[in-house]
Design a protein around this ligand. Structure first.
Ligand code: DAH
Length: 349
């Protein structure tokens, strides 16, 4: 066969070649592209071609070679061994990695964790209790007498309520985390140093300043010779860790059934540095928690001997601390799940 015919013949074969699978493409590659391909043989024959025709034949074979390469690419694409896009767009491995977008913690979780950390450093351990609570743990063991008006201090969501005034079977959503105090005292022996974070519920109309659920952290310390001075110093330590070393506290006498004496604690206004602003209502002070010495009746309810042991307790609202830390006044924002609000806390911790 003349060289020219051979070229024609191969060209035809290449043109007619059809590939359905990756294996077909491989057959094509071995035949027309690989190291022992048939086009190479044509170059060998070129040596025997008379000088005046060498150029012409050389060009024909070169053309055949490019034709085979183009067809090879086409076949590969057709059976999907390479995708359209990766053929055009090569991966640039030197490009900086794309930013990993982290979520944000909820502001209440941030504050809760910070409160836990602060108390952990002075030996408090975390304890938790149920949100659906019986009357004993939420009220009676905390020295709320059955018909005492103090029960109305907290509007309760009842799950089971008795009509005959017998409170023992009543079940409600806990109105405060003080219920966990009782559970811890019942289940352990002093010394006790615990904080109990959690959600609490009250039957209140939702507004910027009130919500039907919110979060508290309860603190309890019971040992021999625990004094009111210990309580004050612990709370001062907390205030300075939380709001900075310039923070001060003041205690105002108050009333809670489960503590005697009881106090409400204010921290010096962190927003105006106690100079007076609309958040502290120009007093320079902000109320942050309730506290007191655990009432002997409460110790007795949990079988702890009040002649041997004494203790202090305190309870604070997490939303309130978050309001002061993040200047978020409207309570509703915490549970609306508005991403525009939540993502602002990305860098907080
Ligand atoms: N339980 C109280 C409330 O929800 C807060 C509180 C006050 C807790 C005094 C305490 C305490 O442990 O000693 O308003």
């Amino acid at each position: 066969m003349e060289l020219k015919e051979k070229i024609q013949e191969l060209k035809q074969q290449i043109e007619d070649f059809k590939a359905k699978t990756v294996e077909d493409v491989e057959v094509f590659r071995i035949k027309f592209i690989g190291s022992k391909n048939q086009i190479k043989d044509l170059y060998k024959e070129l040596k025997a071609v008379p000088l005046e025709s060498k150029k012409e034949f050389g060009q024909l074979i070169n053309g055949l070679k490019s034709f085979a390469e183009e067809k090879f690419l086409f076949l590969k694409q057709a059976v999907g061994t390479i995708s359209q896009s990766s053929n055009k767009k090569q991966i640039d491995f030197s490009r900086p990695a794309e930013e990993i977008s982290l979520g944000a913690r909820h502001p209440l979780a941030i504050v809760k964790n910070e409160i836990i950390d602060i108390f952990k450093r002075i030996g408090f351990v975390v304890s938790e209790g149920p949100e659906v609570e019986d009357d004993w743990h939420n009220f009676s063991a905390l020295n709320f007498p059955p018909e005492h008006p103090a029960r109305d201090m907290q509007d309760t969501f009842f799950i089971e309520k008795s009509d005959d005034g017998d409170r023992t079977n009543e079940i409600a959503l806990r109105t405060h985390t003080s219920s966990v105090q009782v559970r811890v005292m019942e289940n352990s022996t002093p010394p006790i140093r615990t904080i109990s974070p959690g959600r609490v519920y009250r039957n209140e109309a939702i507004s910027a300043r009130a919500h039907c659920f919110f979060h508290q952290v309860e603190g309890l310390y019971i040992d021999t010779d625990v004094s009111f001075a210990d309580l004050k110093q612990t709370l001062l330590y907390f205030a300075r860790e939380m709001f900075g070393e310039k923070a001060n506290i003041r205690l105002r006498p108050s009333y809670f059934p489960f503590t005697e004496p009881s106090a409400e604690v204010d921290v010096s206004c962190t927003i105006c540095n106690a100079k007076g602003c609309n958040v502290c209502k120009y007093t320079g002070w902000l109320e942050i928690l309730g506290c007191g010495m655990v009432d002997p009746n409460v110790l007795k309810s949990a079988n702890i001997d009040p002649d041997k042991y004494s203790g202090f307790a305190f309870g604070m609202g997490i939303e309130r601390i978050a309001q002061l830390k993040f200047r978020v006044g409207d309570l509703r924002l915490y549970s609306e799940n508005d991403i525009r609000f939540l993502k602002q806390f990305k860098s907080a911790y």
